[in-house]
Ligand binder design. Sequence first.
Ligand SMILES: Nc1ncnc2c1ncn2[C@@H]1O[C@H](COP(=O)(O)OP(=O)(O)OP(=O)(O)O)[C@@H](O)[C@H]1O
Ligand SMILES: [Mg+2]
Length: 289
Amino acid sequence: MEPVLEIRNVSHVYGADTPFEHVALDNVSLTVGRGEFVGLIGHTGSGKSTLIQHMNGLLRPSNGQVLFEGQDVWSDAKLTRRLRFHVGLVFQYPEYQLFEETVFQDIAFGPKNMGLSEDEVRARVLRAAGFVGITEKELEKSPFDLSGGQKRRAAIAGVIAMEPDVLILDEPTAGLDPVGRESILENIRAYQAAQGASVIMVSHSMEEIASNVDRLLVMNDSHLVMDATPAEVFAKPEELVQMGLAVPKVTQVLLKLRELGVDVPASAFTVEQAEKLLLPLLKGGKAAC
Ligand SMILES: Nc1ncnc2c1ncn2[C@@H]1O[C@H](COP(=O)(O)OP(=O)(O)OP(=O)(O)O)[C@@H](O)[C@H]1O
Ligand SMILES: [Mg+2]
């Protein structure tokens, strides 16, 4: 897969040379391929938000390099600026950052900053609104008059409107109900498919991660400790539990069945996969032991 973004031996120290010095990233290396959907998990304070802020140049590494399309983004101010337009970052609870008079103006903020023509800005706002299900009527409203879920969508649209090659989202579904969560995930997948974009998503929900990502990064105490497929990561439940994480509920059920002596592999992490494994057993009456 063609590499888009590379993090090479990046370390980040907050409050260097002060009594509050804290190493939040310790020699982290990874590559994001074009079009990939990558999940990022890790306990609170493990360094996830610090890591993604390096991916769009909001933080500068204390050590190491960040490369976008093969170029060191800190070697030239033009490259750092370019990175910020090509890698879009949606913060946690982004709806708190809505501030314009109308939803339209809010979504237009990023593309305007890129120096695009008025027509192009308008076209992008409409496309981005389409991806997240914001209607033309809602575009003319004040962002403060939208519901919680719609506010979240408007904020995500503001980043999508910049049409980034890499879309990074820090817990995009936090605090939403299950229907709202699934619909935001659908919006993200629609953008990824239409744009051929890479997506990096931080989440605390193992179910959400399991059913969306191609690859999974696991942070623990400032280190990147796993970089593998969800199947490979969830095959190590003890290690995950030690890091304060969990495996998806479905995998927990399969592990329990194995403990009880039922001969099933513990490799499923979505309901659909578990169904394929368990139905034949139930039909054969073997799962009754
Ligand atoms: N601006 C800052 N100044 C000093 N320390 C910071 C700063 N931001 C984060 N830290 C510390 O760096 C460590 C990593 O923080 P970070 O926000 O990257 O973790 P996280 O994995 O995103 O956590 P969470 O799941 O709670 O969002 C934590 O110990 C945090 O207290
Ligand atoms: Mg965080």
